[in-house]
Design a protein around this ligand. Structure first.
Ligand code: C2G
Length: 446
């Protein structure tokens, strides 16, 4: 008798799960299905699981494919289950290719192709429908997005669009999703559009996505003109759709904790903030080749402006830029100095100058310091006049951090508006306005 084992959360049970179990059963004579506990899902960083363990077990049982159902409680369990149940084949969907190769010494490991399309008709019948994500763009960030989205229950990355169809095809093949030839086909297959295309294309893609009734998660900077940002948010509101700018720091739990402490008076009245983010780029990279929209401030400025706007607000009195440019006129290093009625702030960004990435918030009774990578906030210190009196605080930051924004977006789509304080419409509009002023000055359009 060939014994097969597979594991999963099986939340919001859908046809991808069904087909996986069906094929797992076909691999042998006896199928054991491990269903994850809530604690285990939390520990491995899976967010937004909706159904209880009982419901998820019931749904697996209903398929009739499982000969035995067990509960998966911890990371090392697969290894011991294989021995305990004398397993011949371990199987899981292809979104996990390579991850479980370490089990090969104990049994055969089979990765079954994941189901690309979750049909919309099936999804609409559900109380909490699965949201199909379509991606525009196939660059680095789009590649980082997919494994993160896989850890948010309730979304399925379905398809990709790139006007260069070949790039879309390569990307789709790599991730087991569909490549769409036309944009209409793409919109028909998506409920949420994730825009990860070059900066200057964002406005048009957001507008088209909203026109087609899609929620939008757009990479930063969302756009370069305050008026455009306003128009898009108004349009989204009118169409009752969510428009969300993806500055991942804003959604990570450590950053929310940091803001809570900073604003609670722990360091008195906040008077100064310095945020620095530098990342050396090759001179032939898109970031340093795009004369119109490339450069350090458009690339990294959103991260540095975020804590400034969250702490001091949108009503700055002045923003002044100092830049070092390369021979093409692109800024390889920029300092944006902002003056508020009660404080001063600096955003420092570099693609061609390396500096110490740090976030320093100074108040009348102390300061908060977050070392690099502060934009993935996980640890920070609160200091006072007495150098022995240091408060050390930490928070989990999982993976690449994109899962937090995807999770918040999903909660908002499902009607939970409590998350929208993290990055407000006003924040995004103000950032667009500052970018606008910066580009006008740098490119000499003023
Ligand atoms: N699956 C699939 N097609 C989809 C979605 C999921 O084939 N469109 C597969 C997954 O690859 C997995 C199973 O269905 O094999 C269950 O998926 P999830 O509930 O998302 O569970 P997962 O997080 O993949 O758990 O220990 C847990 C396991 O390692 C995997």
């Amino acid at each position: 008798m060939i014994k097969v084992i597979t594991y999963g959360t099986f939340d919001l049970f859908h046809e991808g799960h069904y087909k996986l179990l069906q094929r797992a059963k076909e691999l042998g004579d006896y199928l054991i299905v491990g269903v994850t506990t809530e604690e285990y899902d939390q520990a491995r960083g899976k967010l937004n699981v909706v159904d209880s363990l009982m419901t998820r077990i019931e749904n697996v049982k209903k398929t009739g494919f499982a000969d035995e159902i067990i509960v998966e409680e911890s990371q090392g369990q697969k290894f011991s289950d294989i021995k305990k149940y004398d397993i011949d084949i371990f199987t899981v969907g292809s979104d996990w290719v390579g991850v479980f190769d370490y089990l090969q010494d104990y049994c055969k490991v089979v990765y079954l192709d994941r189901t690309k399309n979750i049909s919309s008709t099936m999804l609409r019948t559900k109380e909490t429908p699965i949201q199909r994500i379509g991606i525009i763009g196939t660059g680095r960030i789009a590649n980082r997005f997919i494994p993160e989205a896989a850890l948010v229950s309730g979304v399925n990355t379905q398809c990709v669009y790139n006007p260069h169809f070949e790039s879309a095809e390569i990307f789709a093949k790599k991730w087991g999703i569909d490549a769409c030839k036309g944009i209409e086909e793409f919109f028909n297959s998506s409920d949420i559009v994730y825009i990860a295309s070059p900066h200057e294309t964002h406005y048009s893609y957001i507008k088209q996505s909203l026109e087609h009734g899609k929620h939008v998660l757009c990479e930063k900077p969302m756009c370069f003109h305050k008026e455009q940002a306003r128009e898009l948010f108004e349009y989204a509101k009118e169409k009752k759709l969510i428009l969300f700018e993806g500055i991942k720091t804003a959604y990570c739990p450590g950053f929310t904790k940091l803001l809570g402490i900073a604003c609670s008076g722990a360091i008195g009245n906040i008077r100064s903030l310095e945020a620095c983010f530098t990342k050396l780029e090759d001179e032939n990279s898109r970031e340093l080749k795009d004369i119109q929209y490339g450069g350090s401030f458009t690339e990294l400025g959103s991260y540095c402006l975020l804590p400034i706007l969250k702490i001091f607000g949108h009503d700055y009195e002045e923003v002044r830029f100092e830049t070092i440019k390369d021979s093409n006129g692109i800024d390889i290093y920029t300092k944006a100095h902002m003056r508020y009625a009660n404080g001063l702030a600096t955003a420092t960004c570099g693609l061609g100058v390396k500096s110490e990435g740090k976030l320093l918030i100074s108040g009348t009774t102390g300061y908060i310091v977050v070392e690099a990578p502060w934009w993935k906030t996980s640890y920070f210190e609160v200091h006072h006049e007495d150098p022995n009196e240091i408060e050390r605080l930490s928070e989990r930051f999982l993976g690449d951090g994109l899962r937090y924004e995807i999770s918040d977006l999903l909660s908002m789509i499902n009607g939970d508006t409590r998350k929208d304080f993290k990055l407000t419409r006003g924040d995004s509009e103000t950032i667009a306005g500052i970018m606008d002023q910066f580009l006008a000055e740098r490119n000499g359009v003023v």
